[in-house]
Structure formats: C-alpha cells, structure tokens
Design a binder for this molecule. Structure first.
Ligand code: NAP
Length: 270
C-alpha cells in the first residue's frame, strides 16, 4: 500500500461515487494511476473491495471503500459527514447515477424518486460536504458527471433529463461562485457511453446506433484531458466545440433579453 504521492507531492484522496462499475470504475483506475489515494463508494461492497485490491497492487496507492446506498438519506449523511471531516480529501467525483427511461405515465414514482435522490440529492449533499474545506484551503477539485441529456430531453427521458439539468445548473452556478479561486469544478457532459446504465434504464445498448456509443475508457480519458486543459465544461464526444460556444452565447443573449420588466408586445392587446 503506497502513500498516494508522486515524487514528494501528496495528491490526497479522491472520493469516487459509483466506482463499482462503468464510468466510475474507470475514474478510479485513472486517478489511482495518477497517484491519488481513493475512497470508492457504491452499494456492491464485494466489487469495491475487489477493485480496491487490484488498484492498490497495480498503482501502490491506498484505497478505502464505503458500501453505501446514496439514495438513503442516512447513508448519504454518514458519508457526507465522513468526507467533510477527512482532511485528506482533495477531489470529489460525483459520478454515481441511475436512469429509468420510458413514458412518465408508466414510470413508477419510486423509480423517479431513486433518480432524484441519487442524481440530484447525493451530488448536492456531497458537494456541500467538501466545499467549506476546499474553499478554506483555496484548493480542491469537484467533478460532476452530468449528461448531454441535461440540455435536451426526449419523450422517454423527462425525469432523467430533469436530474441532469439540475446537475448542469448547480455546477455552473458553483463555478461562478468559485470564479477566481483555486477550487476547480468541472462539469462533464457525456453522450451515450457503453455501461450497464442502459440495461438498468430499460433501453438496452443494442437499441442505440453503435456509432454513437463511446467506450467508458475513452470518455474518462477525454474528460481528464479536459480537466488538465483547464476546461470547466467538457463534452467528450463533441468535435466542434464552437457549437457549444454558440449555444452558450444564445443562452446568455436570451437571458439578457428577458430583463425588460414588461410584457412582450405580442402579449399586449392594442
Ligand atoms: P453504471 O455503469 O450503471 O454505474 C453506476 C454506478 O453508480 C455503479 O457503480 C453503481 O454501483 C452506482 N450506484 C447506482 N445506484 C447507487 C446508489 N443508490 N448508491 C450508490 N451508488 C449507486 O452507469 P454509468 O454509465 O457508469 O454512470 C455513471 C454516471 O454517468 C451517471 O451519473 C450517469 O448518469 C452518467 N452518464 C452516463 C452515460 C452513459 O451513456 N453511460 C451518459 C451520460 C451520463 P452499485 O450498483 O454497486 O451501487
């Protein structure tokens, strides 16, 4: 077991939620490779323990695990308290997420609650847990995994897109709050990525155009490259980033155009 140092620089501990599978498992591997100690979180303890052992052996870092259902308020609060008081924590990867796709009328309320509890409440609570210390030290990194479905919704993704819209706005507001500080906040917006989430959502990966699906390794490597380049918003699969710049400029123009204090003329009878 190593001490999480590259040369003499201690990188500290990265907390990765949803590390037992998919994108989170790759983040755990890549961050261990970079020299971070890890705290891996998910429900399946045996998968986390297996991963922890292999990462310790491969990369010589220290890996702890916490088996927790983050949609449970008690388990979430316990983890939040633990990481709030853990001085070694220098990075939080809010990755754990779930998805149920389908017409809302036939979606169970419990499935919608599970998505909002995990995708929204857990992400926000864990962010609040690390933020005071990161701000006080003027360093630390928060990576929030949103989705391209945070700025678009499909007839089958209203609830999921709603949760990812929250991630997008929550993260962008936080970035503005922290502007000028050394606390980094990255919003990652993946498109379709080959993980179990698709089976879990009710739409198998086989239903998608294979050309639109990215390997999770590519997704995470691109997102970390974006982080290294100082990006605050990373769209790993978008080649022409000017599209996002135009979208964002239109968003700001629309916002400014709303600040008139009076009804638009089309709503005023003459
Ligand atoms: P995944 O393969 O299904 O992995 C989800 C991870 O979250 C697993 O480690 C799972 O572990 C954990 N998790 C699920 N429910 C949990 C709970 N209640 N408490 C704690 N951990 C829980 O999905 P993924 O594709 O890697 O998703 C990772 C993130 O990427 C999500 O936020 C997702 O919305 C986002 N995303 C994915 C795609 C895509 O196409 N795959 C696209 C855009 C965004 P346990 O089952 O062991 O708890």
């Amino acid at each position: 077991m190593g001490d999480g140092r590259i040369g003499k620089v201690a990188l500290g501990t990265a907390v990765v939620t949803g590390a037992s599978a998919g994108i989170g498992k790759i983040y755990a591997d890549r961050l261990a490779k970079r020299g971070y100690d890890l705290l891996l979180v998910a429900r399946r303890a045996e998968l986390l323990d297996e991963l922890a052992k292999s990462l310790e052996a491969d990369h010589g870092v220290s890996v702890r695990t916490s088996a927790a259902d983050l949609s449970s308020p008690k388990a979430l609060e316990d983890l939040a308290q633990a990481i709030a008081h853990d001085d070694s924590v220098s990075m939080l990867v809010n990755n754990a997420g779930t998805s149920t796709l389908g017409a809302l009328a036939s979606t169970g309320p419990a499935d919608v609650s599970a998505m909002t509890d995990l995708n929204i409440s857990a992400l926000a609570r864990l962010t609040l847990a690390v933020l005071p210390r990161f701000k006080a030290r003027n360093r630390g990194t928060i990576i929030n995994i949103g989705s391209v479905l945070g700025f678009h919704t499909l007839p089958i993704s209203s609830a999921y897109s709603g949760t990812k819209g929250y991630v997008l706005n929550f993260t962008r507001g936080l970035q503005d709050e922290l502007a000028g500080s050394e606390v980094k906040v990255q919003l990652v917006l993946p498109a379709a990525t080959a993980t179990d989430i698709w089976e879990i959502s009710g739409v198998p990966l086989s239903a998608l155009d294979p050309a639109s699906i990215m390997a999770p390794e590519d997704m995470v490597d691109a997102a970390l490259a974006g982080l290294d380049q100082g990006e605050t918003i990373t769209l790993p699969s978008v080649e022409n980033i000017k599209l996002f710049e135009a979208y964002d400029a239109a968003r700001m123009e629309l916002l400014l155009a709303s600040q008139t204090g009076k009804p638009a003329s089309r709503y005023v009878s003459t």
